[in-house]
Design a protein around this ligand. Structure first.
Ligand code: B4P
Length: 193
C-alpha cells in the first residue's frame, strides 16, 4: 500500500499533478476540493454551506471535511493506496487522518510539497478562472485571503509531517511535465529504498 499526500498553496498544481500521479501509481484520488465542489453541484445542504465559505477563500470546518474523507475511504477501502490532494489542510485534519489510517493498520508514507512563488500562483489561478468559472479564483482579493489562510492554518501541517520525517519539498515552477518528473522521482526513491 502507498499513501501519498500532495501539499502546497492554492494553485500550486496539486489537482493537476494528482490526475497524472493516480494514473501512474494506480492510487485512489481523494481531493477534498473536488468532493466539496460535487456537493455544491448537487446542491446538498453541506454543499450550500461549503460554497459560502469557499467563495470567501475560507476553509470548510474540519469535522465536515473529515466526515467526507471517512466516507470516501470506506467506499474505496480495497484500493492499493491513496493520493490525498488538498487534505490535510490543518493540523487537526492531519491528526484525524493518522487516526483513520491507524485503524486500518496503515499510515501516510510520503508528503510531497509543491513550492511555487505567489506571483506565479496568482497568475495561474486568475488564468484558471477564465475557463473554470470558479468564484474563488476570479478575484485577487479572495486569492490573497486564500494565501493568508494557507500561511496561518496550513503551513503548520508541514511541520507536523517534518517531525515524522515524511516531508519532501518539490520545486513546483516550470512545466507540468517537469514538475511531474520531480514528483515521480521522489516517489520512486521512496519505493526503492
Ligand atoms: P482545492 O480544490 O484543493 O484547490 P486549489 O488549492 O485551488 O488548487 P490546486 O493546487 O489543486 O491547483 P491546480 O492543480 O488546479 O481547494 C479549493 C477550496 O476548497 C479551498 O480554498 C477551501 O475553501 C476548500 N477546501 C478544499 N479542501 C479543504 C480541506 N481539506 N479543508 C477545508 N477546506 C477545504 O492548479 C491551478 C491552475 O494552475 C490550473 O489552471 C492548472 O492548469 C495550472 N497549473 C498547474 N501546474 C502548472 C504549471 N506547472 N505551469 C503552469 N500552470 C500550471
Amino acid at each position: 500500500m502507498l499513501n501519498v499526500v500532495i501539499f502546497g498553496p492554492p494553485g500550486s498544481g496539486k489537482g493537476t499533478q494528482s490526475e497524472r500521479l493516480v494514473k501512474k501509481y494506480g492510487l485512489a484520488h481523494l481531493s477534498t476540493g473536488d468532493l466539496l465542489r460535487a456537493e455544491i453541484a448537487a446542491q446538498t445542504p453541506l454543499g450550500m454551506e461549503a460554497k459560502k465559505l469557499m467563495d470567501q477563500g475560507i476553509l470548510v470546518p474540519d469535522e465536515v471535511v473529515i466526515g467526507m474523507v471517512d466516507h470516501f475511504y470506506e467506499k474505496n477501502k480495497n484500493a492499493s493506496g491513496f493520493l490525498f490532494d488538498g487534505f490535510p489542510r490543518t493540523v487537526a485534519q492531519a491528526q484525524a487522518l493518522d487516526k483513520l489510517l491507524e485503524q486500518k493498520n496503515s499510515g501516510i508514507h510520503i508528503v510531497l510539497a509543491l513550492e511555487v512563488d505567489e506571483e506565479e500562483l496568482t497568475k495561474r489561478l486568475l488564468n484558471r478562472a477564465k475557463s473554470s468559472g470558479r468564484t474563488d479564483d476570479s478575484d485577487e482579493k479572495i486569492i490573497r485571503q486564500r494565501f493568508e489562510v494557507y500561511k496561518r492554518d496550513t503551513t503548520p501541517v508541514a511541520d507536523y509531517y517534518r517531525a515524522q520525517n515524511k516531508f519532501h519539498s518539490i520545486y513546483g515552477m516550470g512545466t507540468i511535465e517537469e514538475v511531474f518528473d520531480r514528483l515521480c522521482q521522489s516517489i520512486d526513491n521512496y519505493i526503492q529504498r
